[in-house]
Design a protein around this ligand. Structure first.
Ligand code: ADP
Ligand code: MG
Ligand code: ZN
Length: 556
């Protein structure tokens, strides 16, 4: 450890390792395979850079981002470390020159793009056979797994490393891997009895907020005006979305730019650089932006659209506050986004789509649950947290108890009468006595029809959500989602069990303005919702005609 500390001070100017770093460094130096799960900004690079300097030979670092590779190598060289990189942006002469240095044992670290490993059927690994390799570091290791959110086919060639270099330690590093992905990475890389190091996922300096998605662009402008000195990132789902929002912000005098995978790489590198150097204040981007970006003073990360899972959300919000100063993560949440992502997920093959739907469900739970956001996130990553963090909208808001027994009884009895055959929209229409075409004639004569007319649609939607979260109700969540009763709902219906829920008394929001006048976005959401409902109705009718009941029909 003495030697590593000396190197840490001498080359990197730090006095202490962070806890997980110390363990990782020690482990790799002992030539043991290591798996490191550490949040963005946690300091993964040093986990292999320091061992690379302690051990004899050259460390091979596999990293998926060419743009980043150059930055990293430049930074190492500036600290007096002999490092180089190999990727497809270099001409053959440059590549040969780098290779010669490698052969002569002149490099302590060589960064390699994954496509180099897959080229010529994995020829590159063979070339390394004659060279003294100290370790292999696989950065952003989740790229090796189909279960991760960013699978790269080139990473599959990494499974040859262990076979060809059984004595050389491999260290795999990622900021985003749940249990399944973690196991898969270990398997794919063929790690031998690896030491698994997981550092805390709590980002104490980030405040979490979730707000209803309404007049998003105006709320964002309001937020930016209230935080005039802060720089940050706004994530959108679509490329077009980033361009539209960026233009709108610029029209309103805000120094903003957009970034997505459709922009030529030279331009992309330029805006990224401008953002890092504080020449651009707000970056509006798709998920293409940010992996590994080291800008320490990102004060806010806003999600204008819903991320598709918790890993993405956590990783993207994690780009805020790397300097440890207070920062904010704001998610604008809408049902329409959930529907959109559900449709994306359903276009995948069955296995993929069920996994994606499960992860999306966790994302919506996070947004909808009455629970400390931080606690939810940490439990997601397998850590415990007592809740009450005092720095998320839930913990900062005031709630009051809400005896929802009577309305829950009304709702559940409607579902019961309709034999658990319908989705929430029809149930709500039924409760409210709607004249909607979806309500069949026979339903209008049923005793519970219209008993919920005194509350609006939103109220019932919210109640349904709260009941589902508390296991008083279930959504079948398949292609034709229907509401189903649970054991607990039967107790409410038949054993007069009480339903005690919580209601927001005083909600703390990231943006302090009350709803701004512009409703087009809200209209758009409703239109979308209707559209999906229509689609589902059509599919259902079609299935009925073809005599394939999409749901079990109970006999009377
Ligand atoms: P990651 O790859 O996990 O996102 P990096 O390796 O890029 O994180 O490091 C994030 C930041 O933390 C960098 O600015 C780095 O210099 C700093 N850092 C890393 N380790 C230490 C340490 N032991 N002491 C102080 N700063 C550190
Ligand atoms: Mg990194
Ligand atoms: Zn909290």
């Amino acid at each position: 450890m003495e030697k590593s500390l000396e190197i840490l001070k001498k080359y990197f100017g730090y006095n202490r390792f962070r806890l997980t770093q110390a363990n990782a460094v020690e482990n790799v130096i002992a030539k043991k395979d290591t798996f490191v799960l550490m949040p963005t900004g946690g300091g993964k690079s040093l986990c292999y850079q320091v061992p690379a300097l302690v051990l004899e030979g050259t460390a091979i670092v596999i990293s998926p981002l060419i743009a980043l590779m150059k930055d990293q190598v430049d930074a190492l060289r500036a600290n007096g470390i002999s490092a180089a990189f190999l990727n497809s942006s270099m001409n053959p002469n440059e590549q040969n020159e780098t290779f010669r240095q490698l052969k002569d044992g002149k490099l302590k670290l060589l960064y390699v793009a994954p496509e180099k490993l897959s080229a010529d059927n994995g020829h590159f690994l063979n070339l390394l056979k004659d060279i003294n390799i100290s370790l292999f570091a696989v950065d952003e290791a989740h790229c090796v797994s189909h279960w991760g959110h960013d699978f790269r086919p080139d990473y599959l060639f990494l499974n040859g490393i262990k076979e060809q270099f059984p004595q050389t330690p491999i260290i795999a590093l990622t900021a985003s891997a749940d249990e399944i992905t973690r196991q898969d990475i270990i398997k794919q890389l063929n790690l031998q009895d690896p030491t698994v190091l997981i550092s805390s996922f709590n980002r104490a300096n980030i405040k979490y907020f979730v707000q209803p998605k309404q007049s998003v662009s105006n709320h964002i402008i309001q937020y930016l005006n209230e935080h005039p000195n802060d720089s940050g990132i706004i994530y959108c789902l679509s490329r077009k979305g980033t361009e539209e929002l960026a233009n709108y912000l610029k029209e309103n005098g805000i120094n903003a730019a957009y970034y997505h995978a459709g922009i030529p790489s030279v331009e992309r590198a330029k805006v990224q650089d401008d953002f890092i150097k504080d020449k651009i204040r707000v970056m509006i981007a798709t998920i293409a932006f940010g992996m590994g970006i080291d800008k320490s003073n990102v004060r806010f990360v806003i999600h204008a659209d819903l991320p598709k899972n918790i890993e993405s959300y956590y990783q993207e919000t994690g780009r805020a506050g790397r300097d440890g100063l207070p920062s904010e993560a704001i998610l604008f949440y809408s049902n329409a986004d959930v529907m959109k992502l559900k449709n994306f997920a359903m276009s995948e093959n069955e296995e993929q789509s069920s996994l994606m739907l499960r992860k999306l469900q966790q994302m919506t739970d996070f947004a909808e649950m009455h629970k400390c956001r931080r606690q939810y996130l940490m439990e997601y990553f397998g850590e415990s947290h007592p809740g009450n963090c005092n720095s998320c909208d839930y913990c900062l808001s005031e709630f009051e108890n809400w005896d929802a027994t009577i309305d829950a009884q009304k709702l559940l009895s409607a579902i019961f009468r309709l034999k658990e055959r319908f989705g929430k929209n029809l149930i709500i229409d039924f409760l409210r006595g709607s004249k909607s075409v979806k309500i069949k004639d026979y339903m209008k004569d049923m005793p519970t029809y219209g008993i919920g007319a005194n509350s609006d649609k939103k109220y019932w939607q919210n109640l349904i959500r709260q009941l589902i979260i508390n296991d008083f109700l279930k959504d079948s969540n398949d292609e034709y989602p229907v509401l189903k009763l649970t054991e607990s709902s039967k107790e409410i219906l038949f054993n007069s069990r009480k339903v005690n829920l919580q209601k927001v008394k005083d909600l703390v929001k990231a943006v302090t303005v009350e709803d701004i006048e512009t409703t087009y976005e809200t209209n758009e959401i409703d239109a979308n919702l209707d559209l999906f409902d229509e689609l589902r109705m059509v599919r259902r009718q079609k299935a009925e005609q073809e005599n394939v009941p999409p749901y079990v029909i109970l006999s009377d």
